[in-house]
Design a protein around this ligand. Structure first.
Ligand code: SF4
Length: 338
C-alpha cells in the first residue's frame, strides 16, 4: 500500500487534494449529460496530474480553484441522488424530495458512531472509523443490524462539523478516515471531504455494490478500497442479502477499483459456503487481482435473523477454516491476512 503510506509520511497528497486543484468552471444549470462530459474531460487532467505527482513524490497544498473537480463531483452526486442510482438497486427515487428506495434513506445522512478503531487490519490502525446508518444490503446475518436497519437514526451529518471531527482525529493520530457502509451517503461524504484541512487517506469500506455512476465519482476520492467480497454466486447473494446481479456488479467494481487506487479485499467465511462462495471468490481474485491483499476472516457468528436459516445458524468449524486456507494455498494467493 505504497501511496497510502506516502500520504501518512506527508510525501504525497491524498487523491482528493489533487481533485481540489483541478479548475472546472462548470455552470450548475447544465444538464446531467453535459456535466458528465465535463467530468470525463477533467478526469483526464486529474490522471495526468496524478501521474506527475506520483513520479515526483511531492505533496501539494490547499487551497485550490474556486470551482474544482471535487465540486463538480458533488454536483453530479446530487443529480444522481435526485433519481437515485448510487447503487445497483437503481431505485430512481428522488431522495432530495424525501422519496425512499430499497435503503429507505433520504438525502439526510446519519452516523451511529465515530472513533479511533484499533481492530482493523494492522496497517490501518488507529483508523478513524465512521459507521453510517442504513445499508443497500439486507443481510439476514448482519452483525450491525441495529444500525443498518434504522436508516433514520444516528447523528445527522453536517459536512463542516464532520470534517472538523475528522481533522481533529487526524491531529490526534488517526492514520486514515474510514467510511463504513458509505455508498448511499456518497453525496454527503463528498461534501465532507471538501471541507477537510488535513492530508489524510480516505478509505471506502464497502460491500462494493455501487453503480457505474458512483464508481466514476469515486475515482480521485478514494485512496484505499476496503471491499467485502461476500458471495461467490448470485443465488446466495439474493437469499441472504436480497441482492440481484451481485457477481457482475462486484467483480466489475473490484476490477475498476484496483485501477483507481489501492485495494484490500475482505472475505468472511460463512458456514457451509466453502464450495459455493469461498472457492469461487478465491479463484476470481487469483485470476483477476492476484497481488491484492486478502483478509480471510473467520469471525462469522449467527446474528439477527440467521436463526431462520438453519444452514448458517452456526459458527464455521475448524475444518472449514482449515479448508478455506487450503483453497488459498491451492490458488497460490500469497498476500493474505488472517
Ligand atoms: S442508494 Fe441504492 S438502495 Fe438507496 S435509493 Fe439509491 S439506488 Fe436505491
Amino acid at each position: 500500500m505504497e501511496w497510502y503510506s506516502e500520504i501518512n509520511a506527508s510525501s504525497l497528497p491524498a487523491r482528493n487534494i489533487i481533485l481540489r486543484h483541478i479548475d472546472v468552471p462548470f455552470e450548475k444549470d447544465l444538464p446531467e449529460t453535459e456535466l458528465w462530459r465535463i467530468h470525463e474531460e477533467a478526469m483526464q487532467r486529474y490522471r495526468e496530474l496524478y501521474m506527475k505527482i506520483s513520479g515526483a513524490h511531492r505533496s501539494i497544498d490547499l487551497p485550490g480553484p474556486e470551482k474544482s473537480l471535487l465540486d463538480l463531483k458533488i454536483e453530479l452526486s446530487q443529480r444522481v441522488v435526485r433519481s437515485c442510482r448510487l447503487c445497483q438497486h437503481r431505485c430512481m427515487v428522488d431522495r432530495c424530495a424525501g422519496e425512499k428506495g430499497f435503503c429507505r434513506l433520504t438525502d439526510r445522512s446519519g452516523y451511529a458512531s465515530e472513533f479511533l478503531h484499533m481492530g482493523e487490519e494492522a496497517q490501518l490502525v488507529p483508523s478513524h472509523t465512521i459507521f453510517f446508518t442504513g445499508c443497500v444490503f439486507s443481510c439476514v446475518f448482519c452483525q450491525n443490524w441495529d444500525i443498518s436497519t434504522r436508516p433514520e437514526s444516528g447523528k445527522v451529518v453536517i459536512p463542516e462539523e464532520l470534517a472538523a471531527i475528522i481533522d481533529h482525529m487526524r491531529e490526534k493520530g488517526s492514520l486514515n478516515v474510514n467510511f463504513v457502509t458509505p455508498t448511499p451517503h456518497l453525496m454527503n461524504i463528498l461534501k465532507t471531504i471538501r471541507q477537510l484541512r488535513n492530508n489524510i487517506p480516505v478509505i471506502w469500506n464497502s460491500n462494493m455494490y455501487y453503480s457505474p455512476e458512483a464508481a466514476k465519482l469515486l475515482e480521485g476520492v478514494v485512496d484505499l478500497y476496503l471491499g467485502d467480497f461476500k458471495y461467490g454466486n448470485d443465488t446466495c447473494a439474493h437469499r441472504y442479502s436480497k441482492i440481484r446481479n451481485y457477481m457482475a456488479t462486484v467483480e466489475h467494481n473490484f476490477k475498476i477499483a484496483s485501477g483507481q487506487a489501492e485495494i484490500l479485499i475482505r472475505h468472511l467465511l460463512m458456514p457451509g459456503h466453502l464450495e459455493c462462495c469461498t472457492r469461487p471468490i478465491i479463484r476470481w481474485i487469483a485470476a483477476n487481482t492476484p497481488h491484492v491483499r486478502l483478509n480471510l476472516m473467520f469471525q462469522y457468528r449467527p446474528e439477527y435473523l440467521a436463526c431462520r436459516y438453519p444452514e448458517i445458524n452456526r459458527h464455521p468449524t475448524n475444518e472449514e477454516k482449515e479448508m478455506a486456507l487450503q483453497i488459498v494455498r491451492e490458488e497460490g494467493l500469497e498476500n493474505i491476512l488472517i
